[in-house]
Ligand binder design. Structure first.
Ligand SMILES: Nc1ncnc2c1ncn2[C@@H]1O[C@H](COP(=O)(O)OP(=O)(O)O)[C@@H](O)[C@H]1O
Ligand SMILES: [Mg+2]
Length: 378
């Protein structure tokens, strides 16, 4: 009897792993999301997406038992998480969910953060955390991001697209060395190379094109790295509790030539994090305002970490990029910035889930019939 009276918990399907080079980071992020979800309110189903595209339901407790460091580096840890897992059909899983359930994709990079998965979730009509199809795709593709941000008047470093070494050389000559060459649709600094002179172009482009068939060439600036975390519904009325907000601003001081993969994830002393960033209040305010503009211009929803550069000599602020499914590990900036802004991570994941339902409700209300459908008029 008691059991029947207890409120039935909402199911949150947490997706982790995936097909991108960032799948290991995603496991650590998923661990943090799962452990932050209040088990009295939510029932967690944890799904591991394999590199081969398979979906496997695994035990949340297998994931929680692992040390974050080993999840990130040891194939044996990944195998332990998958032990006893059950393969399932993604479509059957998604269409079995109820209106009050939701999907929390904790997948970084291509095939998770880039709109492909979001398209599937839209088709299945399930509420899901984070940006929709367009925002995810636009935020993942650095060329699309830059075009939209240019059009919205956001300040950016000069850039060009290159698919061949010839194009990259021409672009670099025009922009001036050093340049950064990067895959258009990647993240975590994977495939990003700083090039000092023309002799480095071909190898850098080859490296970028290992991850994508399109590369960006950007003018390299002496940059301070500044980030802010954005949360909310971009179209909520001012004063609404879910109105869009930016957190306090952080600075990252990489202990390397730039903020590369090693400094981000492998080297414990890879970077120093300063929260709040030691910048004058009007600069922090400008970063936050630009972050909200970028969020709206790129059609993002729910959450994004928005990254900026501040030119070390001129002090100019440049928008760099959004991260629509930012790292969610205990030391990741997104949850950390909100903690430091007064939102504990347990509350943060609840807000993200509430936002997922808010968007799903709006979408369910949309008309599916055209103005001319219905019975023919006499
Ligand atoms: N134009 C640039 N000038 C100076 N540093 C850059 C520039 N572009 C990238 N970087 C360095 O490379 C890092 C990764 O580049 P970013 O564009 O953020 O790619 P990712 O999506 O992989 O994070 C940045 O955090 C920064 O340290
Ligand atoms: Mg980045």
């Amino acid at each position: 009897m008691k059991r029947a009276l207890r409120r039935e918990r909402d199911t949150v399907v947490v997706l982790c792993g995936g097909r991108s080079a960032e799948r290991l980071v995603s496991m650590v992020s998923a661990q943090c999301v799962v452990s932050s979800l209040d088990s009295r309110r939510f029932r967690v189903r944890l799904i591991h997406l394999g590199v081969d595209g398979s979906w496997m339901e695994v035990r949340p407790r297998n994931l929680l038992a692992e040390e974050p460091a080993s999840l990130h580096s040891s194939p044996a840890a990944a195998r332990r998480v998958r032990a006893g897992g059950k393969r399932l059909d993604p479509w059957s899983l998604l269409t079995s969910l109820r209106e009050k359930d939701c999907v929390f994709p904790v997948l970084h990079g291509p095939m998770g953060e880039d709109g492909t998965l979001q398209g599937m979730l839209e088709l299945a009509r399930v509420p899901y955390v984070g940006c929709g199809v367009l925002g995810s795709a636009a935020g993942m593709d650095k060329e699309a991001t830059k075009r939209i941000a240019d059009q919205a008047g956001l300040p950016q470093v000069p850039w060009a697209v290159a698919r061949t070494a010839q194009e990259a050389s021409v672009a670099a000559r025009r922009l001036g060395y050093p340049v950064f060459i990067k895959p258009a649709r990647m993240g975590s600094s994977v495939g990003v190379v700083k090039v000092q002179d023309p002799s480095g172009i071909a190898a850098a482009l080859r490296e970028a094109l290992r991850y994508d068939d399109k590369a960006l060439v950007e003018k390299g600036i002496p940059a301070r790295e500044i980030e802010t975390a954005v949360l909310g519904d971009p179209w909520a009325e001012a004063g609404d509790r879910y109105a869009l907000k930016a957190s306090i601003v952080a600075e990252i001081e990489p202990n390397a030539e730039f903020y590369d993969y090693r400094a981000k994830y492998l080297d414990p002393d890879g970077a120093r994090v300063l929260i709040p960033a030691p910048v004058p209040p009007p600069v922090a305010e400008r970063v936050r305002a630009l972050a909200l503009s970028a969020f709206r211009a790129l059609d993002l929803y729910g959450l994004a970490r928005v990254d900026f550069f501040i030119h070390k000599r001129t002090g100019a602020v440049y928008f760099n990029e959004p991260n629509t499914l930012p790292g969610f590990t205990p030391i990741s900036m997104y949850p950390r910035l909100w903690r430091e802004s007064g939102v504990p991570t347990g509350r943060l994941v609840e807000i993200l889930i509430a936002l997922a339902h808010r968007r799903a409700r709006t979408r369910r209300r949309l008309r599916v019939e055209g103005p001319n459908s219905g019975p023919p008029r006499p």
